[in-house]
Design a protein around this ligand. Structure first.
Ligand SMILES: O=C(O)/C=C(\CC(=O)C(=O)O)C(=O)O
Length: 303
C-alpha cells in the first residue's frame, strides 16, 4: 500500500485511550498563547506526506482547541510538522477555522511559487520552519534556505528553526547570518544532564546574546528531561536561564500532541505547571505567555 493512500499504519495511538490531561495548578494569565503545537490529519482528509519519517495518529483541531480551553489558554500557534511535509492544508484548515485565535508556521519547498506564499500569508501563516533534525527530515542546504529567507522577507514572516545541540557549531554562522527574526525550537535541544554553564549551552546562549533577532521556545521538558515526569527537574535550570536572560524573546508551548515520544506520554497539565518554575514572576510569565507571542504573531492587535 502506498504511503500516500488513505489507510495508514499508525504509531501506538495514545489519543485512542488517553482520557485527557488533568487540570494544571498554574493558571495562565488571560490571553495566554500556546505557541508550539501541531495538528495531524485526519489522514483521510489531509494525507500524510509520502516522504515522512513517522506516521502519527490523527490529532484534530477540535481536540487541540478543547485542550486550549481546558488548560486555560486563549490562542495557539500551529507549527507544520514533518509528517505532513510541505502540504500545509491540515495546519491551514485549523488556523482558518480558529476564528482568529490561531496562527501558523508553514513548511515550504524551494519550488514554492509566489502565489502559494501569498495564499499562506493571506490565511494566517506567519513564518516557515527550517528543520535540521535528521530523524525527521533530509535537511536542505543552508544556501537553499537562504534564498527562501529572501523570498519570505516581504511578508514580515519569521523563521522557526529546529536542530539538535550537536548541530549548532556547524549551523552557527548560517543562523547568525539571517537578519529576520529566528525562533529556535526547544532551546536547540540541549543535553540537560550537562552543566547549564558548560560549553554546549553556553554556545546557545552566545547565539542569542550576539543576535538580538533570535528568540527561543522554552519548551519540551518531556523531550529533553532525563530525570523525567511529572516534574522534569533537570529541565528547569535551562528553561529558567533563557527566560531570565532573554525575557523579551521567549515563547512557550505544549508541543501537543507529542509525536515520537517513546519514554512516556505527558499529561499536558504537568507541562503547564513547569511555567512558574522557569518564569518565576508574574511579569516574566506575562511576557512569555502573552506579550511576546502577541508581538510576533498578532502584531495587528498592537499589544
Ligand atoms: O514537535 C516537535 O517539536 C517535535 C517533533 C516533531 C516535529 O517537530 C516534526 O515532525 O516536525 C519531534 O521532535 O519529533
Amino acid at each position: 500500500m502506498s504511503a500516500a493512500s488513505e489507510t495508514f499504519e499508525k504509531t501506538p495511538g495514545w489519543l485512542d485511550w488517553f482520557d485527557g490531561p488533568s487540570k494544571p495548578k498554574f493558571t495562565p494569565p488571560p490571553g495566554a498563547v500556546d505557541a508550539h503545537c501541531h495538528v495531524f490529519g485526519p489522514g483521510h482528509k489531509f494525507p500524510f506526506a509520502p516522504e515522512r519519517k513517522y506516521t502519527p495518529c490523527d490529532a484534530s483541531k477540535h481536540q487541540l482547541y478543547a485542550l486550549r480551553d481546558h488548560l486555560g489558554f486563549s490562542r495557539n500557534v500551529l507549527v507544520q510538522a514533518t509528517c505532513h511535509g510541505a502540504d500545509n492544508r491540515a495546519t491551514m484548515d485549523a488556523v482558518m477555522s480558529s476564528g482568529g485565535k490561531a496562527k501558523g508556521i508553514a513548511s515550504v519547498k524551494p519550488s514554492v511559487t509566489d502565489e502559494e506564499l501569498e495564499l499562506l500569508n493571506a490565511n494566517g501563516i506567519k513564518g516557515v520552519r527550517f528543520n535540521f533534525v535528521k530523524r525527521l527530515v533530509d535537511p536542505l542546504p543552508p544556501a537553499v534556505l537562504a534564498k527562501l529567507v529572501e523570498r519570505i522577507n516581504k511578508f514580515g514572516w519569521h523563521i522557526v528553526i529546529y536542530f539538535e545541540a550537536e548541530e549548532l557549531p556547524e549551523l552557527y554562522d548560517f543562523i547568525s547570518s539571517i537578519e529576520t527574526v529566528v525562533v529556535v525550537d526547544h532551546m536547540g535541544r540541549p543535553d540537560v544532564t550537562k552543566d547549564v554553564d558548560g560549553p554546549e549551552f553556553s554556545l546557545f546562549q552566545k547565539l542569542m546574546e550576539e543576535n538580538e533577532n533570535i528568540w527561543s521556545k522554552v519548551t519540551c521538558p518531556e523531550r529533553l528531561s532525563k530525570s523525567g515526569p511529572p516534574t522534569y527537574d533537570d529541565f528547569v535550570p535551562f528553561g529558567a536561564r533563557i527566560v531570565e536572560r532573554f525575557p523579551d524573546r521567549v515563547l512557550w508551548g505544549t508541543d501537543w500532541p507529542h509525536p515520537n515520544l517513546t519514554s512516556h506520554m505527558p499529561d499536558d497539565a504537568w507541562l503547564v505547571d513547569m511555567i512558574p518554575r522557569i518564569a518565576p514572576s508574574e511579569a516574566l510569565q506575562h511576557k512569555l505567555l502573552v506579550d511576546n507571542p502577541m508581538r510576533l504573531y498578532w502584531p495587528e492587535e498592537g499589544k
